[in-house]
Design a binder for this molecule. Structure first.
Ligand code: AMP
Length: 587
């Protein structure tokens, strides 16, 4: 038998994560709980099979790389600059607060100052994987609050790079050793210089070469080569950043993504990176579970509680106050706080180094690991409490602003003459912000789910005829376009009963389900039918199976896109035979 630790770790990790993830889903808790538990089960602290811990950590790093690459794809340099004003002071302020709180706990536990420093720092940095997944699941990544959270994370990442290189000199200095202040400053300058060099190389050279390589790969017409180009860019640059410039994998991957994101290929690149990314993100949680020793919960419950409170409460309050101090709305401050109220991979690296350097006692590491797993477990709970406030009817802008922006009044009659005005960029509208969930007061109205290529055409017609309509969309951009057309709008995933419930479907006349995804469309149709048995539901489908599925769930009329296309082509080719078009009959 040959030795196969990599295969064993991946297979055991994925199989158990799948089984326990399913079970968690069944029990109506986050699948993430299942993944963590899978990790505990294959970890060294529980009996039975023990997977390779070092390998699991490396697999998790691949997850970090792919996730940050994906985040970078949707981030531009402009976005980064626009959030820097709040992200830099915010992250620094939060790191200082968390380090002081953590340090105070360490001192209370009788540890010395170096231990207090490492422990405090470890509590101050959030996990990339947890943050990005949480934002992704709620489709917040491309909103302003999402961008602030990501910018904040990148500053934390930089702070950690510095902390990791400085820790050995600090340890030496604190032990009364040789390292002088001058030497420490030199180390700091070299590290910052290297990171700056990496960023400069990416922005000057990478920006030219990467898009060119990608276009070249895309033009070969081979999907396989394009996919390979995506993975080679993400992993290659992340590894290069780490090896050559002492930056982190996450930072390297983020910049690789950002440079590629400026090209038209970013959407395709995202699609290609997705499947692998999700699998590795699951392995991240398994690897976190593996590090956790459940005994610590019984042996030191109070210390664990204090650690968790610092991570989840202390850090959140600090972040909330900072974001508010910068004049952002409460909703933004809550989302940013919730995103960062957890710790993960950086903390593990930091405590690992701290213990190796003799700065931190082993109990410190156990507390950080316990704090991490508890905060990761509780993070989705915190998020759903906060995000419940998000599903809402976005207020229409006040009349003066609307007029200044050249926007037609909500529900007003838009005459064709007004149409050119309506083309003014919707960006002039204020961002969609909270007002708390409010049930629509419209009745006998039309509801459109999705305001993309299909929904916006339907909506345009309602705008032109002056009929009241309501739109549910999850993309802020599309939502602004709908509001611009005079619709009442609700932001969120229409498949979520709480969101759909706000549309007052019981009193509506017609529902247009224009989203392409069959599973979500089915959920919308099913719930809508339950809310109003008399509602006319028109739905969009792209396959025979989907068409049948939607009709079984209660759609009045389902329109199969491909069949309509064929129909138009046939009409063109056989104009004389079109007296009795079999539009919705089977072909
Ligand atoms: P298109 O395929 O161009 O008609 O675009 C579909 C639109 O529907 C996009 O703007 C999506 O953001 C939106 N969409 C897709 N799924 C959902 C959903 N579950 N809830 C709300 N909007 C959605």
């Amino acid at each position: 038998m040959h030795h196969t630790p990599l295969i064993a770790t991946i297979s055991a990790g994925l199989v158990l994560a799948f089984a326990l993830g399913l079970l968690a889903h069944r029990l109506r808790v986050q699948p993430l709980v299942g993944y963590l538990l899978a990790g505990v089960m294959v970890g060294p602290f529980t009996p039975g099979f023990v997977a390779d811990q070092a390998l699991a950590v490396e697999l998790a790093e691949i997850g970090v790389i792919l996730l940050m690459f994906g985040v970078g794809l949707h981030f531009s340099l402009k976005d980064l600059a626009s959030v820097a004003r709040i992200a830099i002071p915010g992250a620094v302020g939060q790191i200082v607060t968390a380090t002081l709180l953590g340090g105070a706990l360490a001192v209370a536990l009788g540890w010395d100052l170096p231990a207090a420093l490492v422990f405090g720092l470890a509590l101050s940095v959030a996990s990339t994987v947890v943050l990005v997944r949480a934002l992704q699941a709620r489709r917040l990544l491309e909103t302003e609050r999402g961008r602030i959270a990501v910018g904040w994370l990148i500053v934390e990442d930089l702070a950690m790079i510095i902390a990791l290189v400085m820790l050995p000199s600090i340890a030496a200095a604190m032990a009364g050793g040789s390292a002088s202040t001058g030497q420490m400053l030199l180390t700091l300058a070299i590290t910052l210089g290297k990171v700056a060099a990496f960023v400069a190389v990416m922005l000057v050279v990478g920006r030219r070469i990467i898009p060119w390589v990608m276009h070249y790969a895309a033009h070969t017409g081979s999907r396989e080569l394009f996919r390979l180009a995506v993975y080679a860019t993400a992993l290659g640059i992340a590894f290069g950043a780490y090896k050559l410039f002492d930056a982190s994998f996450a930072l390297g991957a983020f910049f690789a993504g950002m440079v590629l994101g400026e090209t038209k290929l970013s959407q395709r690149a995202t699609e290609e990176a997705m499947p692998l990314r999700d699998a590795f993100a699951v392995l991240f949680f398994v690897s976190v579970g593996m590090l956790f020793n459940p005994a610590v919960l019984i042996e030191r419950p109070l210390e664990v509680l204090a650690t968790v409170l610092i991570i989840m409460l202390g850090k959140s309050v600090a972040a909330y106050l900072i974001v508010r101090a910068f004049g952002h709305p409460a909703g933004t401050a809550l989302t940013v706080s919730a995103s960062l109220a957890q710790i993960g991979e950086f903390s593990f690296i930091l405590v690992g180094l701290g213990v190796a350097l003799g700065m931190l006692p082993a109990e410190g590491r156990d507390l950080v690991l316990a704090g991490a797993i508890m905060s990761i477990l509780l993070n989705p709970v915190v998020f759903s409490l906060i995000e419940r406030r998000r599903a809402h009817i976005a207020p229409n802008p006040p009349a003066e602003k609307r007029e200044a922006a050249g926007v037609a009044p909500a529900h007003g009659v838009i005459t064709p003459a007004q149409e050119p005005v309506a083309l003014a960029p919707p960006a002039v509208l204020p961002p969609v912000e909270e007002a708390g969930p409010v049930l629509s007061t419209l009745s006998d109205h039309n509801v459109i789910i999705g305001y993309g290529r299909v929904g916006s055409r339907v909506g345009g017609q309602f705008a032109a005829s002056g009929e009241a309509f309501l739109v549910i969309e999850e993309r802020e951009e599309a939502l602004l376009a709908a509001r611009h057309d005079g619709a009442e709008v609700i932001i969120g995933n229409a498949a979520d009963p709480e969101v759909l419930g706000l549309a007052n479907l019981a009193a509506a006349r017609r529902l247009f389900v224009t989203i392409p995804e069959a599973f979500e469309a089915g959920q919308v149709v099913q719930q809508a039918r339950a809310m109003n048995p008399a509602l006319e539901i028109l739905a969009r489908a792209h396959s025979e199976e989907c068409l049948r599925h939607l009709e079984e769930l209660g759609a009045t009329l389902t329109i199969l896109g491909e069949r309509e296309i064929a129909q138009r082509m046939i009409e063109r080719a056989f104009p004389t035979q079109m007296a009795q078009p079999p539009l919705h009959a089977p072909p």
